[in-house]
Design a protein around this ligand. Structure first.
Ligand code: SF4
Length: 193
C-alpha cells in the first residue's frame, strides 16, 4: 500500500508539473500575441471574452470577476481598447445606467485565431481529447470547491446537469443529451447548485 501511495504522489507531482509547463506555454503565447497586436495580455483576454460572449451584457465588473483582477485594472484596459476602437461601449439594454461592451470589426481582426494549442490538440485521437476534457473539468471542479477558482459556469456545478460525469450527460434546461464536446465550462444558462 505504501508503495502505491508513493506512486500516486509521484504521478500527481508529475501531472502538476506538466500543467504548470502548459500554463507557462499559454502565457508565453499570449504575450507574443499581445505584443504583435501592441496590446497587453489582459487586453487580449478581454477581447477574447467579449467575442465569446456576444449578445451578453459584459462590463467591467464581470470582466474583473472573470479574470480575478481589480476593477480599476480592467477599467484602464477597457478604456484603452475603446480608445483604439477595438471595443465599442453600448448602452446595456437590460440596465439603462450601465454599458455593455461589443467587439468592433477592428477588434475581431486583431483577435488571434486557432494557434499552436488548437493545432496540437488536433493531432490527438477523439477519445483522448474527450478524456482530457473530462479530466480537466473534474480538476477545475476540485479547484473550485477548494476556493482556488472564483468563477466557473460549468455543467458539473449546474443545477440543470443530470448524468454520471463519465459517459452520460444531459442538460435538463436544454432538454437534450450532451456529447462530451458539448459540455460547457462557461455557460450563460448556468445555475449554481
Ligand atoms: S444549463 Fe448550461 S451548464 Fe447547466 S447543464 Fe445545461 S449546458 Fe450545462
Amino acid at each position: 500500500m505504501a508503495r502505491k501511495h508513493a506512486t500516486d504522489v509521484a504521478l500527481d507531482a508529475h501531472l502538476a508539473q506538466l500543467l504548470e509547463r502548459i500554463g507557462e506555454v499559454a502565457r508565453a503565447l499570449r504575450w507574443q500575441q499581445a505584443t504583435d497586436a501592441g496590446l497587453s495580455p489582459l487586453q487580449i483576454r478581454i477581447l477574447g471574452f467579449v467575442a465569446e460572449h456576444a449578445g451578453e451584457a459584459v462590463g467591467v465588473a464581470r470582466l474583473a470577476d472573470e479574470f480575478q483582477v481589480s476593477r480599476p485594472t480592467v477599467s484602464d484596459s477597457v478604456a484603452l481598447l475603446v480608445e483604439r476602437s477595438l471595443l465599442l461601449r453600448k448602452p446595456d439594454p437590460h440596465d439603462g445606467r450601465s454599458h455593455a461592451l461589443r467587439l468592433s470589426a477592428e477588434g475581431r481582426r486583431v483577435l488571434p485565431t486557432g494557434g499552436p494549442f488548437t493545432e496540437s490538440l488536433a493531432t490527438l485521437p477523439l477519445h483522448e481529447r474527450e478524456s482530457l476534457l473530462l479530466g480537466l473539468m473534474r480538476l477545475l471542479e476540485a479547484l473550485l470547491s477548494r476556493g482556488d477558482v472564483q468563477v466557473q459556469r460549468m455543467c458539473w456545478t449546474c443545477a440543470h446537469y443530470n448524468g454520471d460525469r463519465r459517459g452520460r450527460h444531459r442538460c435538463l434546461l436544454l432538454r437534450k443529451d450532451l456529447a462530451v464536446a458539448e459540455l460547457r465550462t462557461d455557460c450563460p444558462e448556468h445555475e449554481a447548485t
